[in-house]
Ligand binder design. Structure first.
Ligand SMILES: Cc1cc2nc3c(=O)[nH]c(=O)nc-3n(C[C@H](O)[C@H](O)[C@H](O)COP(=O)(O)O)c2cc1C
Length: 294
């Protein structure tokens, strides 16, 4: 096994073993109990999660109980400095035919030192979470958004964080994408951000070598409010839709991305300043410019 895949597999195994629930042993597909299963309890929890809920969850939601919906975007201070991004309509980017982008797509882990442009970053953010239409209530508050990716009930439970290492015209640091405004909010920085990003991903060096790292954090209550206990499966699936758009959009601008689930939850949440309970990282993808088809 190549070392980075070995590290990745070990990381996933460690993550699975961390789940602590009380449950019965789960037989293997062949029907036998497998003595070498790493932790049958974690496996049972994982299967229960994947399979969904056997009962009728539809009445058991905060929406049914008449609770108001949560904000569609995490609030920020009114006096915060916002960094505007060009609207993708104004950028002549990503004109590669879709079939070519699909055929070329690979997980790319080797990047050149060339920075991405702010326009390219704007395009990638648009393709992954861009808001095409906002529904507002009578008081003008955004209550629903339609974006470039699908989301069950248009709940869109993600905030996008960027670990910016090399983007022309942007100071290296941690940013949050404001999807409603198509703008960036500076969240701060830490000393040697690329090294910290690599460490949070169990030493996967390409994470720190990328021009920018997209991190998708879930705000689960946005989906739980309407879908109760099936929200979490929905959220996991939606992260996949987003990341696939990033893969294709990156190919379309001569860059490359790689999905990453091998990360340490506490380290990554800590790096982003997330509470780990009402908002936590669920998926990430480094992006960088690539040379000839690496
Ligand atoms: C959910 C998910 C998690 C992944 N996590 C990692 C990871 O932590 N590190 C890594 O190097 N690749 C990761 N990958 C990329 C896979 O290794 C890659 O998709 C696979 O090797 C197939 O290669 P391809 O994407 O080029 O077709 C992940 C892919 C997915 C879909």
């Amino acid at each position: 096994m190549r070392p980075r895949f070995h590290r990745f597999a070990t990381a996933l195994l460690a993550a699975a073993c961390m789940a602590t629930v009380s449950c019965d042993r789960v037989p293997r597909a062949g029907g036998t109990d497998a003595p070498d299963d790493p932790d049958p309890c974690a496996i049972a929890a994982g299967r229960a999660f994947l399979k969904g809920y056997a009962g009728d969850w539809r009445q058991d939601t905060d929406q049914k109980r008449g609770q108001p919906p949560p904000p569609v975007q995490k609030p920020y201070p009114p006096d915060a400095a916002i960094i505007e991004l060009a609207h993708p309509d104004a950028l002549n980017l990503g004109r590669l035919p879709l079939a070519d982008a699909i055929n070329r797509r690979r997980s790319r882990r080797e990047y050149t030192a060339e920075p991405l442009t702010r326009g390219e970053l704007s395009f990638l953010l648009w393709c992954t979470q861009g808001v095409e239409r906002t529904v507002k209530n009578a008081r003008g508050r955004a209550i629903q958004t339609y974006r470039t990716v699908p989301s069950g009930g248009a709940r869109h439970p993600f905030e996008t964080y960027l670990l910016v290492h090399r983007v022309a015209g942007l100071e290296p640091g941690i940013y949050r994408y404001l999807a409603l405004e198509h703008a960036l909010l500076s969240v701060g920085t830490v000393p040697d951000l690329p090294e910290a990003a690599t460490r949070a991903c169990y030493g996967q060096a390409f994470v720190g070598e990328a021009a920018v790292v997209f991190v998708w954090a879930a705000v689960p209550y946005r989906t739980e409010w309407r879908y109760g206990c099936i929200a979490h499966r929905m959220i996991a699936m939606e992260a996949g839709h987003i990341c696939q758009n990033l893969y294709l959009a990156a190919e379309a601008i001569g860059a490359g991305a790689c999905a990453v689930l091998g990360y340490d939850q506490r380290s990554l949440d800590g790096l982003l300043g997330l509470d780990g309970r009402n908002e936590f990282a669920v998926y990430l993808a480094p992006v960088g410019r690539v040379g000839e088809r690496n």
